[in-house]
Design a protein around this ligand. Structure first.
Ligand code: COA
Length: 318
């Protein structure tokens, strides 16, 4: 597999919604949210869609990479909260940034960004494409039930991505899926067909929190361990872990199981953004890139989990 990250970019909407702000809408409080999740605030869209945010993140990633939109030969995007089912987000990004290349979406919920990287790396190794833009963008506020305190406090809006080219920095990946929709789902509306006998859906995020928690705390460290074993890398050699930002306690539990990787190596920004689903990993990657935290040659484990259920761990060299 072939991949080198040329640059990163991200965008979050300006409105910051604190836990205290949320307590005006649902029966919750700052102490409960911070102690259970580590989330202090999230950015929420007022008038920007997943497409608007994705395009801004794409422009930032192109600028950071020194690549022009017309030089891209593929755009890969992911969202569970896009403006339309058709056209997909990647087509909308292509039009907005002025690119002319093929563009398509992959669907993978909170693991989606790592499915995008896997796909990009496979295409780059064949030589079929040379410069690929990968963007995850979410307007989660659009698909949350704002009367459900167990889910609406967890998520935030935002977009982020990378521009990649051929290179030797994709060291391995470990993908698993335990298919089913009992634990986590976002149903689509059933429509108004006069012929349907389907039950009407509740087209918002549904999550069994404790089952999701159990899945993540068991699977994420197991996948990372298997990834490191198959790539021949010791836990002690890992410089950073960028884990999907869903819950600080999940990340702490994963760190406890990976005895050779101390918690300080698990980078986090969940306090500021909450769970931004497909944007979560590239948002943190971009923040660390721009702050100069990541040094050339660093070994970074990227780890994601989400609806599917799925769990992906990827090892890259920075
Ligand atoms: N504010 C205050 N109380 C709340 C609340 C909120 N926002 N949400 C739920 N509660 C209440 C529940 O109603 C419950 O009350 P009860 O005991 O009277 O019924 C109580 O808090 C405990 O709820 P519980 O679900 O046991 O809390 P928890 O410690 O398991 O934490 C989550 C809940 C959602 C934070 C936790 O399960 C979690 O993080 N799960 C994984 C979520 C995740 O990663 N999602 C993303 C997947 S990509």
């Amino acid at each position: 597999m072939s991949l080198h990250i040329l640059g990163t970019g991200s965008y979050v909407p300006p409105l910051v919604v604190t836990n205290d702000d949320l307590s005006k809408y649902v029966d919750t409080n700052d102490e409960w949210i911070v102690s259970r999740t580590g989330i202090h605030q999230r950015h929420i869209s007022v008038d920007e869609t997943a497409t608007d945010m994705a395009a801004k993140a794409a422009f930032a990633a192109l600028e950071n990479s020194g690549v022009k939109a017309e030089e891209l030969d593929l755009i890969l995007c992911a969202t569970v909260s896009g403006d339309n089912l058709c056209p997909n987000l990647a087509c909308m990004v292509q039009a907005t940034i002025g690119a002319t290349c093929p563009a398509f979406d992959l669907s993978g919920a909170c693991s989606a960004f790592l499915f995008l990287l896997e796909t990009a790396a496979a295409y780059l190794s064949t030589g079929r494409y040379h410069k690929i833009l990968c963007v995850g963008s979410e307007q989660m506020s659009r698909i949350l039930d704002w009367n459900d305190r167990s889910t609406c406090i967890l998520f935030g809006d935002g977009a982020a991505g990378v521009v990649v080219e051929q290179g030797e920095d994709y060291l391995g990946s470990q993908l698993m899926v335990r298919g089913g929709d009992e634990v986590l789902k976002v149903p689509t509306p059933i429509g108004n067909s006069p012929f349907t006998k389907l039950e009407p859906t509740h087209p918002y995020v549904y999550m069994n929190g404790s089952e999701t928690y159990k899945f993540a705390t068991r699977t994420v460290p197991a996948q990372i361990q298997q990834l490191l074993e198959k790539t021949g890398v010791e836990q002690e050699q890992v410089d950073w872990v960028i884990c999907h930002q869903a819950n600080r306690r999940i990340i702490e539990a994963a760190a406890r199981r990976l005895k050779g990787i101390p918690l300080e190596k698990f980078l986090m920004n969940i306090d500021e953004y909450g769970n931004t689903s497909a944007a979560s990993i590239p948002l943190l990657l971009d923040e660390c890139n721009r702050k100069g935290i990541l040094k050339r040659g660093d070994l970074i484990v990227l780890a994601a989990f989400g609806g599917g259920l799925s769990c992906v761990a990827t090892l890259i060299r920075w």
